[in-house]
Write a protein of this length. Sequence first.
Length: 151
Amino acid sequence: MKKREIFSDKNSNRGFTLYEVVISLSIFAIICSIALTSFLNLVPKYKLKKAVWEVNSRMNYARYKAIFEGIKVRVRFGPQNCSIEKYDINKKKWKREASYFLEGVMLKATNNPIFHPTGTVSNLASVTISNSWGKYKISLAISGRIKTVKL
């Protein structure tokens, strides 16, 4: 039987050199930076889609709040926000209920729609939401129907 040496020259040549590790890590870093820039280019797209969903859902919320509570509810639009206001009959004033900031987009509205307890709307509105990725238009019909179109 041959006796094998545990610490022989054959076993000491296994593994990676420092040069090989540095090269492989630099290649990995380059690939990660390319992937990161492509993902960062998608951020405006998802901010736009989130803002469109937010405005659409807030308008639906205002309509259903008007129907279920039997009061007038208004949606007000600013350059980067929308707010829900309900009409106080006793004080004869609009009272802000909630305000929502929309990050990374610009809003342009033709009007601030008022939803009535019957579900209809006055002050018909057309809201344009845009950023560097694209543009969407949300239209509001007199019946309260909300339609979203990509421009």
